[in-house]
Design a protein around this ligand. Structure first.
Ligand SMILES: Nc1ncnc2c1ncn2[C@@H]1O[C@H](COP(=O)(O)OP(=O)(O)OP(=O)(O)O)[C@@H](O)[C@H]1O
Ligand SMILES: [Mg+2]
Length: 556
C-alpha cells in the first residue's frame, strides 16, 4: 500500500483538517484508510505533533510504518512513513528476539509488492510464507490498526518460493566458479592457509580452462592435484598436498551434508528476482531456509552471492522513483561474524555501489553492533525494536545502539529503546532531502498478509505451478572439470597437462593431435548449453565478489 496524501504537507499549526490518508493501490492490497478529526488535531497540537508533521510529510509514494508514540500512546496524527524512492538507501531492522522484526519486514514487503517493487527475503523460520495468504482480522490486529489510525484490509503478495535444498521451493543453485574462493572459503569456514590454497586451486582451474560447476568438479580437481597432477602444483608454489587433502575432506563433508544440491547448474539467474506479476505487483522471492538452519555459514554466503551477482549483473540506473528490488538480509550477523578484512571490504563495496543499481538492502539483526561500522553508515532507514539490558554487555550494546541514532528533543533514546513494546520501534528514515527524519517511537501497523506460515502442501502447490520450475527444477550436469580430468587421467594426459594459456573462452583451439581433454573442453565451449562458459572462466578466480573482473551485459 502506498501513501500519497499531499494534504499532510500542510503545517499542523494552521489547524488544517487532518487528514484522510487514502489507499491508492488496487483494492487487493493493504488498503488502509485513516481518519482523524479536527478535535484530535487540536488535542495533540504542540511541538511533537508539529515535528512529526514536518518530518514525515513527503511528496510522492510512501510506505506506512505506523503512528508516532509518546509515553506509550499515539501522540500525533501524522503517520511515520518511508518515501518509496528512498528504499534504495538501505536500512536496518534491529531488535531483541520476539520484538517484531519479522512482522516489520512483512509490513514493508506487503506494501513494496503492492507498489510494484519485487522483494527478495530469506525465510529462516518458515514464518514468512504467510505473505502469500491474506491476514486474519482478529481482535488484536483490529485494535492495533485502529490505534495506528488505519483500516485493516487483508491482502496477499505473489510469492515465489525458493530453496537451497530444493525441498520446499524452486532450487536455487550457483556454480562453484561463480561462488569463487572468497565466498566458498567463508561457506566452508576455511582458515587463512586453506583459503589461499583454495584461491590457487581456482587459479589453476582458470589457467587450465577447467570449469568448476559443481562440488564433484572441485573434488575432482583436488583429487587430481593430490595425485596424478602433483607435478602441476610446482608451478603454483605454496600449495601443500596436506592442505589439498584438508580441502578435499571439507568438500566431502559438505557433500555429505547435502551441499551438492546447492552447487551446479542451472545456475540461478538474478533477473528472476526482478519480476512483477500480471497485475503489476512485485513478486516476492522467499528463500525458504528452515531446512538448513544448521548451516548458517552456507546460507549467509549464498545470500551474499545473490547480492554480489545482482551488483554485477544490473546496469547503473542512479536514483529511481522506486527501487528495482528490495533485498532483506535476515540474520545479518551471520554474514559478518568472524569475517576477514578482505571479505568485509567486498561486502561494504557491494552495499555502497548497489544503491545506484536500484537495489535497496535491509539488514535484519539484533543490534546495530552486529553490522560493521562502514556498512552501518550506509543504512539510511532505521527501525529499532526493543532491546533489553539484563547484563553489562547488553547495556553496552544498548548504549552503542542509542549512539547510532540522531539526537531527539522528545525521547531519551536509550530508555525508549528499552521500553518499547512488541510491534513498536524507534524509527528514523532518510528523507528525500537526504537528511535523517526526526526520531519517532512508532506503533507499527499490522501486515496485511498472514502473520505465520501457510501449510507445506500449499507451498508445494505453488512451487509446482511456478513459471521458474521448467528452468530450474532439473539439475544439469554438463561437461566440466570432473569429466575433463577423468579423460585426461584415462588417456595418460595427466603428465602432459596443457600449458598455461591453454584454451580460453575466446576459443583459440588446439591442433587435432592435442590431447582430447582440450578437444572435449572446446566442444563444451562451443555447445549451445554453454551459455555461461565465458563468464565462468572469467569469474573463476574471484567469483562474484571479484569486482575487478568484467561484467556481463544482460537484458535491461
Ligand atoms: N507489526 C505488528 N503487527 C501485529 N503484530 C505484531 C507486529 N509486530 C509484532 N507482532 C507480534 O509479535 C510477535 C513476534 O514478532 P516477530 O516474529 O516479528 O518477532 P521477531 O523480532 O522477528 O522475533 P525473532 O527474533 O524470534 O525472529 C508476532 O508473532 C506478532 O504476534
Ligand atoms: Mg523473526
Amino acid at each position: 500500500m502506498v501513501w500519497t496524501d499531499r494534504t499532510q504537507r500542510r503545517p499542523r499549526a494552521q489547524g488544517l483538517p487532518w487528514c484522510r490518508v487514502l489507499a491508492r493501490d488496487r483494492g487487493d492490497s493493504l488498503a488502509l484508510t485513516a481518519r482523524r478529526d479536527n478535535d484530535m488535531i487540536r488535542a495533540m497540537a504542540g511541538d511533537f505533533a508539529r515535528t512529526m508533521a514536518e518530518g514525515y510529510s513527503f511528496d510522492g509514494p510512501t510506505l506506512l510504518l505506523g503512528a508516532p508514540l509518546r509515553d506509550g500512546a499515539v501522540a500525533a496524527p501524522t503517520a511515520v512513513r518511508v518515501p518509496l524512492a528512498m528504499m534504495n538507501r538501505h536500512g536496518l531492522i534491529a531488535g531483541a528476539t520476539g520484538t517484531g522484526k519479522t512482522r516489520t519486514l512483512q509490513l514493508l514487503t506487503d506494501q513494496l509488492s503492492a507498489a510494484g517493487v519485487p522483494v527478495f527475503l530469506a525465510d529462516l523460520k518458515g514464518d514468512l510464507s504467510g505473505l502469500a495468504a491474506p491476514g486474519v482480522a482478529d481482535a488484536k490486529v483490529l485494535e492495533r490498526a485502529k490505534s495506528v489510525g488505519v483500516e485493516f484490509v487483508p491482502a496477499v503478495s505473489p510469492v515465489e518460493f525458493l530453496s537451497l535444498t530444493g525441498s520446499s521451493g524452486i532450487p536455487l543453485r550457483a556454480t562453484v566458479s561463480s561462488f569463487g574462493p572468497l565466498l566458498l572459503a567463508r561457506a566452508l569456514q576455511l582458515n587463512e592457509t586453506q583459503k589461499s590454497v583454495l584461491s590457487l586451486v581456482f587459479k589453476y582451474c582458470d589457467d587450465q580452462g577447467l570449469l568448476l560447476l559443481d562440488l564433484p568438479d572441485l573434488k575432482a580437481v583436488l583429487q587430481y592435484l593430490g595425485g596424478d597432477g602433483k607435478e602441476a602444483l610446482r608451478e603454483y608454489g605454496g600449495i601443500s598436498p596436506a592442505t589439498v587433502g584438508v580441502l578435499l575432506r571439507k568438500m566431502i563433508e559438505l557433500e555429505q551434508q547435502g551441499g551438492d544440491a546447492f552447487f551446479g547448474e542451472p545456475s540461478f539467474d538474478v533477473d528472476d528476482l526482478l519480476r512483477t506479476g500480471p497485475d503489476g505487483r512485485g513478486v516476492v522471492s522467499a528463500l525458504e531456509l528452515s531446512d538448513i538452519q544448521d548451516r548458517p555459514d552456507l546460507f549467509s554466503t549464498f545470500m551474499m552471492w545473490l547480492l554480489a551477482s545482482l551488483y554485477r549483473e544490473l546496469p547503473e540506473v542512479g536514483d529511481l522513483p522506486k527501487p528495482k528490488l528490495v533485498f532483506f538480509f535476515d540474520e545479518a550477523h551471520l554474514l559478518f561474524e568472524g569475517a576477514d578484512k578482505e571479505f568485509l571490504s567486498q561486502v561494504q563495496q557491494t552495499v555502497r555501489l548497489i544503491r545506484s543499481k536500484g537495489v535497496g538492502i535491509f539488514f535484519v539483526t539484533q543490534t546495530p553492533k552486529d553490522v560493521p561500522a562502514d556498512v552501518l553508515a550506509q543504512l539510511g532507514n532505521r527501525v529499532q525494536h526493543a532491546l533489553r539490558a539484563f547484563t553489562p554487555d547488553d547495556e553496552e550494546k544498548l548504549r552503542a545502539t542509542a549512539d547510532t541514532f540522531p539526537r531527539s528533543e522528545f525521547y531519551d533514546v536509550a530508555k525508549t529503546i528499552q521500553s518499547l513494546g512488541i510491534g513498536e520501534a524507534l524509527v528514523t528514515i532518510l528523507t528525500p532531502r537526504g537528511v535523517p527524519s526526526p526520531v519517532a517511537a512508532t506503533l507499527l501497523a499490522p501486515p496485511a498478509s498472514l502473520m505465520g506460515p501457510i501449510p507445506p502442501a500449499e507451498i508445494a502447490k505453488r512451487v509446482a505451478a511456478s513459471p521458474l520450475r521448467k528452468e530450474y527444477a532439473q539439475a544439469v550436469d554438463r561437461e566440466s572439470a570432473r569429466e575433463v580430468l577423468q579423460k585426461r587421467v584415462e588417456e595418460g594426459a595427466g603428465a602432459a597437462a596443457p600449458a598455461r594459456g591453454g584454451p580460453t573462452p575466446g576459443g583459440r583451439g588446439r591442433a587435432p593431435a592435442e590431447p582430447s581433454a582440450t578437444q572435449t573442453l572446446a566442444k563444451a565451449l562451443n555447445s549451445p548449453v554453454a551459455r555461461t562458459v565465458g563468464r565462468e572462466l572469467v569469474r573463476g578466480l574471484f567469483g562474484v565478489l571479484g569486482l575487478s573482473t568484467t561484467t556481463r551485459r544482460r537484458r535491461y
